[in-house]
Design a protein around this ligand. Structure first.
Ligand SMILES: Cc1cc2nc3c(=O)[nH]c(=O)nc-3n(C[C@H](O)[C@H](O)[C@H](O)COP(=O)(O)OP(=O)(O)OC[C@H]3O[C@@H](n4cnc5c(N)ncnc54)[C@H](O)[C@@H]3O)c2cc1C
Length: 420
């Protein structure tokens, strides 16, 4: 079996699909007794070996799939293997919503939360911020539940890199459904971005900039605004910091058809059909691309963007497009936006792994002065010791993993590298 991008063939000996939490608990306990390793596999959208294992993959798609809404408490209990797209549709039917979505709705809730996946928005934290409780099967095979009331251990476990247990369900905070309008603007002057990054990134509920870092303008700015009830629709803005509204739907890659992108042109629609860039109905089974992403303090966005622009010619042969987003701070120990309002510099590369890997150290050297934290699920070359130093609670996480999984049942080569 391969990951979504097809750049990694998993080394797992086999995959198994438990049909109940009890069966899953048996599986994990049995593996622990035999000294074997197991690993939860989500929707396979990571670009590195974080989800790989030399042992057995556990796929959760046959666990009970009910989505249980508790409107009074404003939470929903979600099976970990469900995709955000399916969850969004279930919530919208009942009149509820999440605070944000990633660019693609096809990723599993469990896998996305474990790696600190995020959307964009100055005031919008990563998807994990919605988590109020997780249910998991521990390395011993025992089921466990952690909620915000468990304090420190909860904060250490939600973004857990798959190291602390197999998450079977999550409880997420929900809010009443809302409408969003999405508009794409073209040719945003770099000067506007570099002069007041916060003004540009904060002009909307969610703003994404798509660029190749060359030239005087950013190719596209995607602006998503929440429709305020009873405020009337108003006219679509005719400019965005000097950028002009696109006259037809756009794909982030100029040469690509926009048919698989969510509705643009400022047409209001439900949150789940506007916050992701890509439509849920369009199911890409594989992608001819690689991805890399770094999060760093938003206050240093302009400096970091200048540093990457200086590398534009070096990146050009490998880069499809780069996306610049913002992520609000959260409290999860290993979240790349831990206690840091962040700017996220994302790179969609051509599927040239060797060449991409050879350019990453240069890119990372340019971003190192800003304490850039790599996305856990994408390609990076930052040495483990450097990563550890970027997270104030890293040692606490290492201790928590050693305590909760002393025999290394959930370990894999990735965790062995990162945690030592
Ligand atoms: C086209 C595309 C677009 C993307 N867009 C974004 C984006 O907008 N923002 C962003 O931040 N990222 C984005 N990503 C990255 C993606 O969100 C992450 O890689 C995410 O982890 C994918 O979830 P998954 O279920 O596919 O994880 P997998 O690759 O299957 O697994 C990832 C990790 O989670 C663990 N895991 C999975 N399920 C469980 C579970 N139930 N219990 C415990 N551990 C578990 C795995 O063991 C592994 O360690 C994108 C990726 C692609 C391919």
């Amino acid at each position: 079996m391969r990951n979504w991008a097809g750049n990694l063939e998993y080394a797992a000996a086999s995959a198994t699909r438990p049909e109940s939490v009890e069966e899953l608990a048996e599986l994990v306990a049995g593996a622990a007794r035999r000294g074997e390793r197991v690993k939860a596999l989500g929707s396979r959208h990571c670009f590195n070996d974080i989800a790989d294992t030399g042992g057995v993959h556990i796929v959760l798609d046959r666990l009970p799939s009910a989505v249980e809404l508790d409107a009074a408490r404003r939470v929903v209990r979600v099976p970990a293997g469900l995709t955000y797209g399916a969850l969004g549709a279930a919530l919208e039917r009942e009149g509820w919503a999440l605070h944000n979505m990633a660019s693609l709705p096809h990723i599993s809730v469990g896998g996305a939360v474990q790696t600190g996946t995020h959307g964009s928005g100055i005031a919008s934290p990563a998807l994990a911020a919605a988590v109020t409780a997780i249910e998991l099967v521990r390395a011993s095979g025992e089921p466990d539940r952690l909620s915000a009331a468990d304090g420190e251990e909860f904060l250490g476990s939600v973004v857990g890199l798959g190291a602390l247990g197999i998450v079977t369900a999550l409880e997420l905070a929900v809010e009443p459904s809302y409408q969003v309008r999405q508009q794409v603007f073209e040719d945003l002057p770099w000067e506007a971005v570099l002069t007041d990054f916060d003004a540009v990134a904060g002009d909307g509920y969610s703003v994404s900039l798509f660029t190749d870092y060359a030239g005087d303008t950013v190719a596209q700015a995607w602006r998503k605004v929440r429709v305020v009830a009873d405020a009337g629709e108003g006219a679509a803005p005719s400019s965005f910091f000097g950028a002009v509204p696109a006259q037809r739907p756009r794909h982030p890659l100029p040469e690509m058809d926009a048919g698989n992108c969510t509705q643009q042109l400022d047409v209001p629609g439900p949150w789940l059909e506007r916050l992701p860039h890509f439509r849920h109905e369009f199911t890409p089974s594989a992608g001819d691309e690689l991805q890399t992403e770094y999060l760093l303090p938003r206050a240093r966005a302009a400096e970091a963007l200048r540093a990457v622009r200086a590398l534009a010619a070096r990146l050009a042969p490998l880069l499809y497009v780069s996306e610049v987003r913002t992520v609000a701070a959260d409290e999860f120990w290993l979240s790349p936006s831990y206690r840091q309002d962040s700017v996220a510099l994302h790179f969609t590369w051509r599927p040239l792994q060797r060449e991409v890997e050879s350019v990453l150290p240069e890119l990372e050297a340019a971003l190192a002065p800003f304490g850039a934290r790599p996305h856990w699920g994408k390609l990076f070359a930052v040495p483990p010791a450097t990563i550890a130093a970027l997270y104030p609670r890293f040692e606490d996480f290492r201790r928590l993993v050693a305590e909760r999984d002393p025999a290394g049942v959930f370990r894999n080569a990735y965790l062995d590298r990162i945690l030592g």
